[in-house]
Design a protein around this ligand. Structure first.
Ligand SMILES: Cc1cc2nc3c(=O)[nH]c(=O)nc-3n(C[C@H](O)[C@H](O)[C@H](O)COP(=O)(O)OP(=O)(O)OC[C@H]3O[C@@H](n4cnc5c(N)ncnc54)[C@H](O)[C@@H]3O)c2cc1C
Length: 477
């Protein structure tokens, strides 16, 4: 039977696309190769622990609220969030740990305590963003951008002027902040949207702005509750799901993608395909493989440990003294940093049910290059593990005698999720349209009934963005 809309992949982007397409009255079928929905955000259980092996810093809950509202539901009936305070505990080598407060005024006071100039610049930066963010909501968070002329709208021009930096991102941060701790904190953000420190736009600062001005949250029951809640809503609305169903080929006739061939050999026909699978991977399936460099990825170590860590907070950041070298290794040499900055998510304080009593659920994440030409992740994996563990050891973290160990590398994201060369953001920024300012648009340039959602297309990666991207995709049907 020919379906109106098939969504390839039940990641958060695909779930959002399926819900919004269904709300527009379409008959929707989701094909997902795994046995569960959620993609990277799906939780897993092992050894009596519940793990969230992907996203953990949760911002902008209003984005999910809008999905439930669009369906005439109350989000709180499906999904609840707790606001975190502090946002994160920062361990800078050789200094006392500091807590980044969960409110803006508290953060302003903290930054000022490191130097009056840093404090004034921090305040000015946030005030500037207060003016830009409403414009962002009305433009890049509202609809896809696929034509240059869209940049000529008065809102875009105003936003662009507000976002332009004096020099590149790194120079601007160095100008604003003298404190190494805040420089190190801010240097990390471009990589979270697949950008570099040389970029000349302030887009990477949206994440810390939303974290500090809007708050960081934890979904009750774990991050996996976000896709679970969206899946529940989708099924209530009548979206059909087929799990354990891998798409191996897309069949194009007369410039239209007409059907998907499944691993079993079965063909599923449709009028429109929304791909939650990475855009560059799909281009490869359609016969135009890319050789462009990939953007960034993550290396993760997940441990169940037979001890607790009372000094850690839900989010902790470990910054070695030599952080500048660490960022140069990552951004300039595209290597796994010799001494990486390690972010740790330890959930047991907030969520004791996620781990047996007296243990900890310890998740370490390092931003890293994806499968670059000069890197072989098969051999790099053990070196990356050693380097990550040795930074944590410096800070007195005891990772011995783990109950389990779970490692993810860019190879995991390529093999399991279909990400282009294991990158979370598709091709690197040099190969993106609009001089790298934005990810690729959501509609395929050649095949008009092929639309993309997810981390490799607009408005970008990260759970709130892929949720918005799902809506963009449905609006393009
Ligand atoms: C370690 C890590 C930490 C992160 N931290 C954060 C964070 O703190 N905050 C945040 O907001 N974001 C974070 N992210 C990013 C966030 O997880 C992603 O941007 C988001 O989950 C991507 O969602 P998606 O819908 O694009 O795709 P995915 O989650 O990748 O889903 C794609 C789906 O498509 C399915 N699929 C693929 N190929 C096929 C096929 N051939 N046939 C059928 N199905 C297929 C896959 O099985 C998968 O379910 C993190 C990611 C990682 C990996």
């Amino acid at each position: 039977m020919r379906k109106a809309v098939v969504v390839l992949g039940a990641g958060v982007g695909g779930l959002s696309a399926a819900i919004h397409a269904r709300l527009k009255g379409h008959d929707v079928l989701v094909l997902e190769q795994r046995e569960v929905p959620g993609g990277k955000a799906a939780s897993i259980s092992t050894h009596g622990f519940r793990l969230d092996p992907g996203p953990s810093i949760i911002i902008l809950p209003e984005v999910y609220e809008a999905v439930f509202k669009a369906a005439g539901r109350k989000m709180s009936d499906y999904l609840q969030f707790v606001r975190l305070d502090p946002i994160t505990r920062v361990f800078f080598e050789g200094q006392e740990a500091i807590d980044l407060p969960g409110d803006r005024q508290g953060c302003e006071r903290l930054v000022s305590s490191f130097g009056a100039k840093d404090g004034e610049n921090f305040k000015a930066m946030f005030e500037r963003f207060d003016k830009i963010v409403p414009l962002v909501h009305e433009t890049i968070f509202d609809h896809p951008i696929d034509q240059w002329w869209q940049f000529a709208s008065p809102k875009f021009i105003k936003m662009g002027l507000g976002m332009s930096l004096q020099g590149n991102y790194r120079q601007q941060i160095d100008k604003w902040f003298e404190s190494p701790l805040f420089r190190a904190f801010f240097y990390g953000f471009p990589s979270y949207s697949g950008q570099s420190l040389d970029g000349t736009g302030a887009g990477a600062l949206f994440i810390p702005y939303f974290m500090i001005a809007g708050g960081v949250f934890y979904p009750v029951g774990g991050v996996g509750q976000i896709p679970s809640a969206l899946y529940k809503l989708a099924t209530e609305l009548g979206v059909e799901f087929r799990f354990n169903t891998k798409v191996t080929r897309l069949n194009v006739t007369n410039g239209q993608v007409k059907s998907a061939t499944l691993e079993s050999g079965e063909q599923v026909e449709f009028q429109t395909l929304i791909s939650n699978l990475d855009r560059t991977t799909v281009q490869g399936m359609l016969g135009t493989p890319s050789s462009n460099a990939p953007s960034f990825s993550y290396f993760t170590l997940h441990y169940g440990l037979p001890r607790t860590f009372p000094d850690l907070k839900h989010h902790s950041l470990f910054i070695p003294k030599n952080y500048v070298q660490s960022f140069e290794d990552l951004y300039d040499a595209r290597n796994f940093p010799g001494e990486p900055i390690v972010y740790v998510n330890e959930t047991t304080e907030l969520d004791p049910e996620g781990a047996p009593p007296g243990t900890s659920n310890f998740f370490a994440v390092v931003t890293c290059p994806a499968e670059e030409q000069h890197l072989d992740w098969k051999t790099l994996q053990s070196k990356a593990k050693g380097q990550t563990r040795s930074v944590l050891k410096k800070f007195g973290i005891d990772l011995s005698e783990p109950i389990f160990e779970r490692v993810q590398t860019p190879m995991t994201f390529r093999e399991r999720d279909g990400n282009y060369r294991g990158s979370l953001y598709g091709e690197d920024e040099k190969h993106r349209p609009f001089k790298g300012m934005l990810p690729h648009p959501n509609r395929d340039p050649k095949i008009k009934n092929l639309i993309y959602c997810g981390g490799s297309v607009q408005p970008g990666a990260g759970l709130p963005m892929v949720t918005l991207g799902g809506k963009f995709a449905a609006n393009l049907i």
